[in-house]
Ligand binder design. Structure first.
Ligand SMILES: *Cc1c(COP(=O)(O)O)cnc(C)c1O
Length: 354
């Protein structure tokens, strides 16, 4: 058995830091459904502050954050535009439709995860006034775009989608599960990056390494609506300060260090690119993900199984793509070990000529 695991399947595997667990134990608590948990309020205010919005609302997951935000914007029977490869469309059990009563309009994204104006325009009904058509209410954009390889979209690219939404009377939601990865990679203030959005959700439980939670931010009136939907969905948590305390430590200590994850991912990508039988998907700017495929005789399942036996865990993403994600529990030594394990598995798979 390998002495330790190099967990590269996802940044959701991060475990809380010692400072987080200490803060969780010490946090002042109250009943957050009454709005009386001081640690939750502190996290919500700090989140809103960081992202330049009026208020915030802690929810148990990114999925619930997206659902509560979009349901607050969009009455039942209206529609939401989201990328065909987006988390909302691909990985959230179609809650927008099933729970929110919304029609989902999947939009083709380009190789950077952008929703281009021509694709958005093509999804609009021809005549807004005609009662037979759905009423488009929300556009949701992912930043970074997970299935595009974690590429960060720029301030201008985000603002392009905001302009489309505004022009067509729609609200603009940012699924910013990894918005701080985007801000750090681009070197911009996160508040500037999300300034054009009506609402943003970000995950505490991914690269920021907190165990649980997402925060939705937006106007004070919008957040009141989110609180109501959150309660309806069963996400009203009582002494949630236990969770929020780790989130506060995450915001204080884990944002700037995302740059290390990005550097480790760059090292991993460069090391993979020179291994035999590996094709690394290029990205115009890397955050914490590396997507690649194998061109030799090994199937992806065989490769994952073989590296896993040596303690290096990788994910298969579908569409024939393998993925490695760097995070706080993976350091430069782990990256070197992952490369050495992957290299030896690939070399062993090459038939020896005699
Ligand atoms: C992970 C993720 C979510 C959902 O978050 P959960 O906490 O897993 O529900 C939403 N959007 C994106 C882009 C994500 O990566």
């Amino acid at each position: 058995m390998p002495s330790s695991i190099v967990e590269l399947r996802s940044d959701t595997f991060t475990t809380p830091t010692a400072a987080m667990t200490a803060a969780m134990v010490a946090a002042p608590l109250g009943d957050d459904v009454y709005g009386e948990d001081p640690t939750v309020r502190a996290l919500e205010e700090r989140s809103a502050d960081l992202l330049g919005k009026q208020d915030g609302c802690l929810v148990p997951s990114g999925t619930m954050a997206n659902l509560a935000a979009v349901m607050t914007h969009a009455p039942r029977g209206t529609s939401i535009f989201a990328g065909r490869e987006s988390d909302i469309y691909a990985y959230e059990a179609h809650g927008m439709s099933v729970v929110g009563g919304l029609a989902m309009e999947p939009i083709e994204t380009d190789e950077h995860g952008r929703l281009r104006e021509d694709s958005l325009l093509a999804a609009l009904p021809e005549d807004h006034g005609d009662p037979q058509f759905a009423i488009p209410a929300v556009v949701s954009l992912e930043n970074t775009a997970n299935r595009a390889g974690g590429v960060p979209l720029t301030v201008a690219e985000v603002a392009d989608v905001a302009r489309f939404a505004r022009r067509h009377g729609m609200r603009f939601h940012l699924d910013g599960a990894r918005i701080f990865n985007a801000a750090v990679a681009l070197g911009v203030d996160p508040a500037v990056l999300v300034a054009s959005a009506d609402s943003v959700q970000f995950c505490l439980s991914k690269g920021l390494a907190a165990p649980i939670g997402s925060v939705v931010v937006g106007s004070a009136e919008f957040i009141n609506g989110v609180r109501r939907i959150r309660k309806m969905l069963g996400g009203g948590m009582r002494q949630a300060g236990v969770v929020a305390a780790a989130g506060l430590v995450a915001l204080d200590t884990m944002i700037d260090r995302l740059a290390e994850d990005h550097a480790n991912a760059a090292t991993l990508a460069a090391g993979l690119a020179i291994l035999p039988g590996v094709e690394v998907e290029p990205v115009r700017l890397r955050t914490n993900m590396v997507r690649f495929r194998l061109t030799g005789s090994l199937t992806h399942a065989e490769f994952i199984e073989a590296t896993g036996r040596q303690g290096v865990r990788l994910a298969e993403l579908g569409h024939g793509v393998l993925r490695a994600v760097t995070h706080n529990d993976v350091d430069a030594t782990d990256i070197a070990r992952a490369l050495s394990v992957m290299g030896s598995v690939l070399r062993e798979s090459v038939p020896v000529l005699v």
